[in-house]
Write a protein that binds this ligand. Structure first.
Ligand SMILES: Nc1ncnc2c1ncn2[C@@H]1O[C@H](COP(=O)(O)OP(=O)(O)OP(=O)(O)O)[C@@H](O)[C@H]1O
Ligand SMILES: [Mg+2]
Length: 300
């Protein structure tokens, strides 16, 4: 049955006076970012406060520190990834809203950060109105994918190897855009009692996006965050998630670490704020694990 509120549904209803009109999605014509473009990883979980933005910022920084050229795309109207990377509101000239609304190319939104080899496409609150504005357009799910196509051809300075998309805490059209543009999804999950709650809904959305929009989409992995070894429950949660999701859960577990939570208020990734803390070490291990998984994927 058609659910008019489901952004992965290939049809939506509109025009109440003239009877329902079906506005189908465009069919995808090419695989996401073909050729030697960057690997696009969407960092998604509709649960709030599970560590999506922290992972986008610090995984991005760790990947850049080990030689990758990374673009973080802030797709959350809250703009936490932009703020956490020290990008003030007045510096957000062209935002991801402008890009997804079709008013500017992605290359115009991309700005350097204080971290070498790490760039950002910032977001603003405008993004919260996007769904209302483009919800009737046939290409509404492919705005990000189109914007990222040929991103490395924009200027000789652009040679991104990874694009990390920080999603909002919702399975809305913005998150669907991220999933339709991505090669894979990285799911941060907090080490707490309700960790698995909502996972089946997330996995269902991934399956819908695969079926309707992006057949090549896969789950890159699940990263357990805010782990506190003194808490027996946290150990049990990690064990349960590993049992349920198997090898999809990364070996690396991100500890609960006060340095990680302090760093954004200084507009810095934790690796810049305190390279030696356990949080920085964990994100460096995660980056190494991700690169290893990528190599294994490429090798088939
Ligand atoms: N490993 C950690 N140790 C300590 N604090 C953390 C850790 N990871 C995240 N936090 C803190 O938890 C809060 C939520 O994290 P974050 O903003 O990354 O989650 P989110 O999933 O992006 O949230 P939202 O759904 O609102 O976008 C933040 O205050 C962040 O600083
Ligand atoms: Mg966030």
């Amino acid at each position: 049955m058609t659910d008019p509120t489901d952004p992965t549904d290939p049809t939506i209803q509109s025009g109440p006076q003239s009877g329902p009109q079906v506005v189908p999605f465009e069919k995808p014509v090419a695989p996401a970012t073909p050729g030697p473009g960057p690997r696009v990883i969407a960092i998604a979980n509709q649960k709030g406060g599970v560590g999506k933005t922290t992972t986008a910022i610090n995984l991005g920084t760790a990947l850049a520190a080990i030689g990758e050229h990374v673009l973080i795309v802030d797709l959350d109207p809250q703009g936490n990834a932009s703020t956490g990377l020290g990008i003030q509101h007045k510096e957000r000239g062209v935002s991801t809203y402008d890009v997804l609304a079709g008013q500017a190319p992605m290359r115009d939104a991309v700005i350097p950060t204080a971290v070498p080899k790490l760039h950002l496409a910032p977001s603003t609150m405008d993004l919260s109105g996007l769904e209302l504005e483009i919800g009737q357009q046939r290409d509404r799910a492919f705005r990000l994918r189109t914007a990222l196509n040929n991103i490395n051809n924009g200027s000789p300075a652009f040679d991104f190897t990874y694009v990390l998309v920080d999603c909002p805490p919702s399975l809305n059209l913005i998150t669907v855009n991220a999933m339709a543009a991505a090669h894979s999804i990285l799911v941060p999950m907090q080490c707490e009692f309700f960790a698995l709650e909502g996972l089946s809904q997330l996995l269902k959305t991934v399956e819908e996006v695969k079926k309707n929009l992006n057949p090549g989409l896969s789950i890159h992995g699940i990263v357990m965050t805010m782990y506190d070894s003194r808490n027996n429950l946290a150990n049990q949660v990690v064990a349960d998630v590993r049992q349920f999701m198997g090898k999809q859960v990364y070996e690396t577990v991100i500890p609960r670490n006060v340095r990680i939570s302090e760093a954004p208020s200084y507009g810095k990734p934790v690796l810049v704020y305190d390279l030696k803390c356990v949080g920085s070490e964990a994100y460096l291990r995660l980056a190494t694990e991700i690169i290893q998984r990528e190599r294994a994927l490429k090798a088939g």
